[in-house]
Ligand binder design. Structure first.
Ligand code: NDP
Ligand code: 8X3
Length: 258
């Protein structure tokens, strides 16, 4: 098992859910962290807690990854001691609404495409060349079970996750001959802020996907990310689907009656 001790790990979307849980688990395992999200207060709170719990170095960056200009400026101007990124976790992502194509809002599509696809591409393109130069590094992309199958009204969100899947496959091919690894982690239902964001703050509606069943939690997905990045160098976990035991597919969820 490879150690994370003193490795520098950049996590996007670290202010909640899977990203926050990954930050905690990686800090616990001795990694130095660069945490990115838009909500600065949350990042600062998380960073303070992790620093005091695990005595690790953490740099927080308030950034909207939809802007290439801002993202490039942040990555290209990292202080010397933070420039060498060993692991990039492309986790920031979201779904907006659950509407048929004919009823969807263009602005919702743009937000999903700009974050889940373009933001992931920007970070990857900015960080990868240095990994290749050092012949060392790992890129972990958050896909989804929705990137393997789609569902009614899942249209664009699902398509962004199909993109993540296909992009990760292509990335692996382009990295052949180097020691840089790439992984897609593809979870089923995870209870985070995901549904609250999807339903724009409607907490009642957001609870429904998880009713009567035990979903995954951020920590469960963080565990799989940790597994992928700590394999020996000759092992590349290319794609990993992780589901709640009570969920067998997008359409098969066992719910206990109240
Ligand atoms: P959360 O809503 O809890 O977390 C999403 C994170 O992304 C937040 O930290 C948010 O921070 C950040 N983010 C969103 N937009 C931007 C942006 N433009 N710039 C920077 N950061 C941004 O959801 P999850 O933890 O569940 O989601 C994490 C990833 O996992 C996503 O890619 C999602 O698609 C994927 N996933 C989730 C599943 C689920 O059931 N929850 C299942 C399968 C995959 P802030 O708002 O502060 O910017
Ligand atoms: C998130 C899981 O089923 O809501 O990727 O699309 S789902």
């Amino acid at each position: 098992m490879k150690s994370l001790k003193n490795k520098t790990v950049l996590i996007t979307g670290a202010s909640s859910g899977i990203g926050e849980a990954t930050a905690k688990l990686f800090a616990q395992n001795g990694a130095r962290l660069i945490l990115i999200a838009r909500r600065k207060n949350l990042l600062l709170k998380i960073s303070k807690n992790l620093k005091s719990q695990f005595k690790t170095e953490i740099k927080t960056i308030q950034l909207d990854i939809r802007s290439y200009k801002k993202t490039a400026s942040v990555i290209n101007n990292l202080p010397e001691e933070w420039k060498k990124i060993d692991i990039l976790v492309n986790n920031a992502g979201l779904s907006r609404g659950l509407n048929t194509v004919q009823n969807s809002k263009i602005i919702d599509w743009e937000e999903m495409i700009d974050t889940n696809i373009k933001g992931l591409l920007y970070l990857t393109r900015l960080i990868l060349p240095d990994m290749i130069k050092r012949n060392s590094g790992h890129i972990v992309n958050l896909g989804s079970i929705a990137g393997h199958f789609t569902y009614p009204a899942g249209n664009v969100y699902s398509a962004t996750k199909f993109f993540v899947n296909s992009f990760t496959q292509g990335l692996r091919m382009d990295l052949l001959g180097t020691n840089v690894r790439a992984t897609s982690i593809d979870p089923g239902l995870v209870e985070t802020e995901f549904s609250i964001v999807r339903y724009r703050g409607d907490k009642e509606k957001a609870k429904r996907p998880y009713e009567g069943m035990t979903p995954l939690f951020g920590k469960d997905v963080a565990d799989t990310i940790l597994f992928a990045v700590t394999r020996p160098l000759h092992v590349n976990i290319q794609e990993l689907i992780v589901m709640p035991t009570a969920q067998a597919s997008l359409w098969h969820v066992h719910r206990e009656k109240k």
